[in-house]
Design a protein around this ligand. Structure first.
Ligand SMILES: Cc1cc2nc3c(=O)[nH]c(=O)nc-3n(C[C@H](O)[C@H](O)[C@H](O)COP(=O)(O)OP(=O)(O)OC[C@H]3O[C@@H](n4cnc5c(N)ncnc54)[C@H](O)[C@@H]3O)c2cc1C
Length: 412
């Protein structure tokens, strides 16, 4: 057991930090106001092989590990406190990876190089108006076989990247049921081409929501009316969609934890600098225990979150890259849910303390911390699974599936 980054990881972190501090840190407050991340920034990241970098080299990615993907997310969020750019980055880094793992060669060759070059957004669309937590009962979108492929009907809501996809091109890793009354074995996963670069696919209409935070990336929804997809857009085998989605959530939750960790570290550094120079009652605020001990609480939370996050990433890499038989997908689900639960909640506490240390200035829009608070809040509310759902995943592994509250109709 050791807690040191390898030389490769350390050098990667330094390179991403240099990039993020040079190009992202000076830009994010503008794109928080303008509600759009500049394409030039995404293209620059793609040139650095930082866009969907988890995708294998064969399809245009850099094939980096989950640990490296988390390092990049942490450094990007340390520079972009609104976390908009890291959110876009993480959605692609996690869901394009699951597509790379299970998609057909034909679909991957067509789609992934464009994703890695920053020309096509790669999103995730599971949530529906009837709910996002209980996918088995809430999913009403259907997928039916045709002579040449499948036809899809339904609606997805609260989906990241809809405006960007409509404007520049985007596809979604999507779930639908072959039998609306079926259980988790009735799910198929497939690529939904929202806009392949030449306008919205016929049968798709979009809506947009105005979020409270991470304004550089949009949240929207779309109706899907008789949209036909070719056979090779199916991801993995029929009936396996739900299971692959759970793997995708594990990947995304791990990188979300790293993102919230990075934002919290950025906020913490700003707060510490401020209380060391701001004087009240004749001494720096940091010299009062009331402030210093809060800072100590923040620091301890950061250490704990770092350990949880990178242990979860290490477990992913052990399972998927090193084929370690002692770490199962369920172990990873539990570890990533714990990191995804803790890091955003701790980040909110850390950001809130740092805002309070700034007094009135902390409550203004000139202070970068309020944007961070708004952005990180998305990950305690719901995105990639609400807080309660993380606890259900963790509890399932502690107490057993039979104790899951939603299974208690079965005899214990
Ligand atoms: C900013 C943002 C971006 C998003 N981007 C995407 C995206 O790109 N793609 C996508 O598919 N979805 C996306 N989502 C949706 C997200 O996945 C859902 O919000 C989430 O799954 C919860 O679903 P829901 O909002 O329908 O809430 P519901 O499922 O209706 O749940 C409401 C509340 O009840 C809680 N709850 C549910 N079940 C239980 C239970 N058994 N016990 C206790 N509490 C419970 C939930 O945690 C939640 O707090 C995004 C959400 C946000 C906020």
């Amino acid at each position: 057991m050791h807690f040191e980054e390898s030389d490769e990881e350390r050098m990667f972190r330094e390179a991403v930090r240099e990039f993020a501090q040079r190009y992202v840190a000076p830009a994010w407050q503008d794109y928080d106001k303008n509600h759009e991340i500049p394409r030039s920034l995404i293209k620059k990241m793609a040139e650095m092989q930082l866009w969907a970098p988890t995708v294998s080299e064969e399809y245009g990615g850099a094939g980096i590990s989950m640990t490296m993907a988390c390092i990049a997310a942490e450094e990007l969020a340390r520079a972009d406190l609104s976390i908009a750019l890291p959110v876009m980055y993480l959605v692609e880094a996690s869901w394009a990876l699951i597509f790379d793992m299970y998609g057909t060669h034909e679909a991957k060759s067509e789609i992934l190089p464009k994703v890695c070059s920053g020309d096509l957004f790669f999103g995730i669309a599971t949530t529906e108006p009837t709910g996002g937590s209980d996918l088995v009962n809430s999913t009403k979108t259907t997928i039916k076989p045709t002579d040449n492929g499948y036809v899809i009907n339904g609606e997805k809501v609260y989906i990241s990247g809809v405006a960007e996809s409509e404007k520049y091109g985007g596809v979604y890793w999507t779930l639908a049921k072959s039998d609306p009354k079926g259980d988790h074995k009735a799910f198929n996963a497939f690529i939904l081409p929202l806009n392949m670069g030449n306008g919205l696919t016929p049968g798709i209409t979009t809506t947009l929501f105005e979020d409270m935070g991470r304004m550089g990336v949009s949240t929207g929804g779309f109706n899907i009316e008789n949209v036909e997809i070719p056979k090779h857009y199916l991801i993995g085998e029929e009936g396996r969609g739900f299971y692959m989605a759970m793997e995708g959530f594990s990947a995304a939750r791990c990188i979300i934890a790293a993102t919230c960790l990075g934002a919290a570290e950025g906020a913490f550094d700003i707060g510490v600098d401020y209380v060391k120079q701001r004087k009240q009652f004749g001494r720096p605020l940091a010299a009062f225990e009331g402030i210093m001990f809060e800072g100590v609480d923040s620091w301890m939370a950061l250490q704990a979150d770092k350990l949880l996050t990178y242990k979860a990433a290490w477990m992913w890499d052990q399972h998927y890259i090193h084929k370690n038989p002692n770490i199962s997908k369920l172990d990873i689900a539990q570890a990533t849910a714990a990191a995804k639960y803790k890091a955003p909640h701790d980040a909110l506490d850390i950001i809130t303390r740092a805002m309070t240390w700034h007094g009135a200035f902390g409550y203004t829009k000139e202070c970068p911390l309020e944007a961070s608070y708004r952005g990180v809040r998305s990950y305690t509310v719901g995105a990639e699974g609400g807080a309660h759902i993380q606890k259900l995943v963790i509890g399932r592994e502690i107490f057993g599936k039979e104790c899951l509250p939603y299974r208690q109709d079965k005899q214990l």
